[in-house]
Design a protein around this ligand. Structure first.
Ligand SMILES: N[C@@H](CCC(=O)N[C@@H](CS)C(=O)NCC(=O)O)C(=O)O
Length: 209
């Protein structure tokens, strides 16, 4: 088994944190996105969308999409459960993980992609869309702050994949100059708690050895 990954990109980081929380070690192959190694034919053969992460199983099966990869490992090693427990618990985690992807990470990611010089020449940038996403994420952070008033984590009282998705999004937001406002005390408290987890600190790109 091999995990094709990037130690500086947010979606591979979701998988890295997930594995860290479970204490699972997987051999990795670093794909240099700045050097566009993800467009090398050998890599495109694994994932025609040319994106990391990709989990290559020993029989050659390739699993792309970070959440799909995390689900594979949840099935292999259910403890600690990071996709919730029981019918309602699993559905609630799914609901919040999707909300984090669409409402939070989506806006942050589009603000970055459409507003940052890194993407010039890589995608067709629409600066007005970056501005819209910058405004929308401010609304989403206020909403999330209210949601976190009475609970510790995004999906309830247990840490889950939804927290992993969200923190990777907020950390990506720094490159797009998106910060959690200090007056959002619940969201700030949540961020500080999740950022301090060993599996999270071990994957902060600038602190990686
Ligand atoms: N939905 C996919 C997104 C994967 C993705 O966008 N990966 C980025 C890194 S965070 C990538 O490979 N970007 C390379 C590029 O767009 O050139 C997932 O969750 O894995």
């Amino acid at each position: 088994m091999k995990l094709h990954t990037s130690s500086v990109a947010p979606n591979p980081r979701r998988v890295a944190i997930f594995l860290g929380e479970k204490g699972i070690e997987v051999p990795t192959v670093e794909i240099d996105l700045v050097a566009k190694q993800n467009f090398d034919p050998d890599f495109v053969a694994l994932n025609p969308l040319a994106r990391v992460p990709v989990l290559e199983l020993d029989d050659g099966t390739c699993i792309a999409e970070s959440v799909a990869i995390c689900r594979y490992f949840e099935e292999q090693q259910p403890e600690p459960p990071l996709f919730g427990t029981g019918a309602a618990g699993k559905a609630i985690v799914e609901m919040w993980n999707r909300r984090m992807e669409f409402e939070v990470v989506g806006n942050i990611s589009f603000a970055f992609r459409h507003g940052h010089p890194y993407w010039e020449g890589r995608i067709e940038q629409v600066p007005d869309f970056a501005d819209l996403c910058q405004r929308t994420i401010q609304e989403r952070m206020t909403w999330l702050d209210g949601e976190l008033k009475d609970r510790e984590f995004i999906a309830g009282d247990a840490y889950s994949i939804a927290d992993i998705t969200a923190i990777c999004g907020f950390d990506l937001g720094r490159v797009a100059k998106i910060r959690i406002p200090e007056n959002l005390a619940n969201l700030s408290r949540w961020y500080a708690a999740v950022a301090a987890r060993p599996a999270v600190t071990a994957t902060v790109p600038s602190r990686k050895k």
